[in-house]
Design a protein around this ligand. Structure first.
Ligand SMILES: Nc1nc2c(c(=O)[nH]1)N[C@H]1C(S)=C(S)[C@@H](COP(=O)(O)O)O[C@H]1N2
Ligand SMILES: [Mo]
Length: 422
């Protein structure tokens, strides 16, 4: 079974057809409510006025309700129930993001769980037998694996649809800091599913979090859960219990979370409590109304459910930072991709007139990032625009404009980074 290659595009195409025909099963939510969500997603961002619900949360210093760890304002920008990492706070941190600087995306609040009474229940008609439970110690007794991977929100950089492209989008107004990279240790989800007796007819697995139910526009979406195709689940997915050599912190999923390398952040279910294994395709709000692309460029029922993250670059420089004229500065940043690995990164310090290659400091890999640096000796005082653009091994370069979608997912265009030369 380990040799089955995950055919994500075929999977997605099938799900999309099933979704359109109503053939897939709604897991834990009325189909009527799912259809309302799709309609809302299709309409989001097309209404008059500034972008959707979470767009205007300017407060940078108020604590985020429900996040346990400290959120010093020089490291984090609080956005509703979430905390974005300020990219400048990553300068000098190495390849791995320390847990105390890692962004937090919470639909509700971080639950305080006790590993001693935590259980993972694996159940469903895709198993050959009855439900199977795993305790924390049992999981830790299985063969461990480690893997470096980023977790990045699908909505990372969403705010640039509005600020650079003058387009409306709904959702949290992230800049580029809804990403972090860590060394995760845990067990292969494949090992757990096989021990639980996954059958040949299983098609989807549905991990679900132990955090609270999510209420959105008056609809109870239930607990956070997103179907994962069996091919991906059996490929490289981890049930992780350690982050950078320590037990997972509460905000990042203690005691156990999923790590789904290269895929949209939502796939990485935190505080996982149960996993349904299904012989039928499953739908939840997080693969129907949410985490599909809606808009003029997409069909009315939306794109296929999102899978891999896209290509992006960021400077480790505060917005509006000052640089002394005619001095030598080292500009640093990172580029990453959930698809083909980064091959080359170029920087412009004059708003895009000239470009030069930067030095890469890491071996590029899909699902991780590369650090880079370049020197800059600004000649003139005044405002300047820094640009960084990555090209991947498939030859794709970050475009000047990202294709709009109503919920502002997967922004991949080059970001204009404004600074001052003084
Ligand atoms: N149970 C649960 N899992 C979750 C979420 C959540 O709110 N609840 N948020 C998801 C989203 S949208 C993202 S981007 C990542 C963020 O992971 P982090 O908070 O560890 O950075 O977790 C995902 N897993
Ligand atoms: Mo996310």
């Amino acid at each position: 079974m380990g040799s089955v290659p995950p055919s994500e595009s075929a999977y997605d195409a099938t799900r999309l057809r099933q979704w359109s025909r109503g053939a897939a099963r709604s897991a834990g939510i009325e189909r009527r409510d799912l259809l309302r969500l799709v309609a809302a997603a299709a309409a989001a961002g097309s209404a008059a006025g500034i972008a959707g619900p979470a767009q205007a949360v300017p407060s940078a210093t108020s604590p985020a309700p429900g996040i346990v760890k400290p959120l010093p304002p020089e490291v984090f920008t609080v956005r509703g129930t979430n905390a974005e990492t300020n990219f400048a706070a990553l300068r000098g941190t190495g390849l791995l993001t320390p847990a105390d600087r890692f962004f937090v995306r919470n639909h509700t609040v971080t639950p305080r769980l006790d590993a001693a009474d935590w259980r993972l229940t694996v159940w469903g008609d895709g198993l050959r037998g009855p439900a199977v439970e795993f305790g924390y110690d049992e999981l830790r007794a299985l063969p461990p694996v480690t893997r470096t991977a980023f977790v990045e929100c699908a909505g990372n950089a969403r705010s640039f649809y509005t600020t650079q492209q003058n387009q409306q989008v709904s959702g949290t107004a992230w800049t580029l800091g809804a990403i972090g990279t860590a060394r995760w240790r845990g067990v292969r989800l494949a090992d757990v599913l096989r021990r639980a007796g996954i059958g040949r007819d299983a098609v989807d697995v549905l991990p679900r979090g132990l955090d609270g139910e999510v209420i959105s526009n008056g609809i109870n979406l239930g607990r956070v859960r997103r179907p994962l195709p069996v091919a991906k689940a059996l490929d490289d997915v981890l049930l992780a219990y350690e982050m950078n050599g320590e037990p997972l912190p509460p905000d990042h999923g203690f005691p156990v979370r999923l790590i789904v390398p290269s895929w949209v952040g939502i796939a990485n279910i935190k505080w996982v409590g149960d996993i349904e294994v299904s012989a039928q395709p499953l739908l939840s709000p997080w693969n129907t109304g949410l985490y599909r692309l809606f808009g003029p460029a997409y069909p009315p029922e939306g794109s296929a459910p999102l899978a891999e993250q896209t290509l992006k670059s960021a400077f480790e420089v505060a917005p509006g930072a000052s640089f002394r004229v005619r001095r030598r500065h080292v500009l640093t940043g990172r580029s990453w991709s959930g698809g083909s690995p980064v091959r080359r990164v170029e920087v412009s310090t004059d708003g895009g007139a000239g470009w030069r290659p930067v030095r890469l400091h890491d071996e590029p890999r899909s699902g991780s990032w590369v650090r880079w640096s370049t020197e800059w000796r600004p000649r003139d005082r005044g405002p300047a625009v820094l640009l960084a653009r990555a090209t991947d091994r498939a030859g794709r370069t970050q475009p000047e404009v990202a294709v709009h979608n109503t919920q502002g997912y997967l922004f991949d265009a080059v970001v204009r980074h404004e600074v001052q030369v003084v």
